[in-house]
Design a protein around this ligand. Structure first.
Ligand SMILES: [Zn+2]
Length: 311
């Protein structure tokens, strides 16, 4: 146990290369993706291996170029990678600090619409600990944004990192759902397993936007009036809001670090989380970037639940 707790203070990567094949939910294109171990202080780096030059893209908030139904980042040469939020959510929740993600197409594979496959494959491959300390962002001052009925805020917290999320739908299956998670304490399996969802009547709108071309009942929950069209139904009672929490975790990791703070969101999504990060980093008084050393570490910051399921 002692060794485990000490190791949590240091940066982590995956133990071995992991490969995936799938399709992009929006482009409908086939894609192969590999996650490779990376040395400390690399961060998460996407590499478009279908392009020979200028093919590295850093998933950071200032590289976001689109937040329509997914998060898209690009480098200075206009090379993009999209729908990165579920993989980024898995990295954030598990505590992977460094990895190279190779893709041979623009969009990350949607797999089953959740982060289940990413979580399970990383757990199976295992996590490799380095001797380099992790850095975290600590919130010093509340930052909040409101757009009509949507709301997001992040406030300081002594030791925890929590997300409280609420959705309000007119649809009778989704209705109002609310959940709160503590990223470092809770078993996040239920969050990783929660799939993306879509109202049947919105499918036509998606097609007009040239989006959702790879979407089907194997990678999204589809709700038509009072009915879930997927034969196996839901994976958990709060699957809709839990998926929004997964998206939020993934989008928060575009800060580049773990965040110690308390986030609240009502009716938000990729755009709102992105706007929050922009607002947060506008003023250096809002946050501190700190390096975690052994003695500073609160007991609660051990991510024990997540690591336990990986070990
Ligand atoms: Zn999502």
């Amino acid at each position: 146990m002692y060794i485990l707790n000490v190791s949590i203070l240091t940066q982590k990567t995956i133990s071995e290369r992991i490969s995936y094949s799938g399709i992009g939910i929006h482009t409908g294109e086939k894609v192969n993706m590999n996650i490779l171990p990376a040395s400390p202080n690399t961060g998460i780096v996407f590499k478009r291996i279908d392009i020979k030059e200028n093919n590295l893209i850093y998933p950071l908030y200032h590289n976001v170029v689109d937040t329509t139904l997914c998060t898209t980042v690009a480098n200075d040469f206009g090379i993009k990678v999209s729908t990165i939020e579920h993989l980024m959510g898995a990295f954030y929740g598990i505590g992977i600090d460094n990895a190279i993600v190779e893709l041979d197409s623009q969009e990350a594979p949607i797999m089953d619409g959740s982060a289940k496959v990413f979580y399970e494959s990383i757990s199976k491959a295992g996590v490799k600990f380095s001797d380099q300390p992790i850095k975290i962002i600590k919130i010093n001052k509340e930052v909040k944004l409101k757009y009509n009925d949507k709301f997001i805020s992040i406030n300081k917290s002594n030791i925890t990192s929590d997300i409280e999320f609420e959705i309000k739908y007119k649809n009778n299956v989704i209705k109002n759902q609310k959940n709160k998670i503590n990223i470092f304490e809770d078993d996040l399996k239920v969050i990783f397993n929660s799939r993306t969802f879509c109202l049947y009547e919105d499918i036509e709108k998606l097609k007009k936007l040239n989006l959702g071309k790879g979407g089907n009942l194997d990678n999204a929950i589809v709700i038509k009036d009072n009915k879930i069209l997927n034969e196996s139904g839901l994976r958990n009672n709060l699957e809709f809001v839990n998926h929004k929490i997964l998206d939020c975790m993934g989008d928060l990791f575009l800060s580049g670090y773990k965040i110690i703070g308390s986030l609240k969101c009502s009716q938000g999504g990729h755009r709102l989380t992105h706007e929050l990060l922009k607002e947060l980093f506008k003023d250096q008084n809002n946050y501190s970037l700190i390096e975690i050393k052994g003695k500073q570490l609160p007991h609660i910051f051990t991510n024990y639940q997540n690591l336990k399921s990986i070990a």
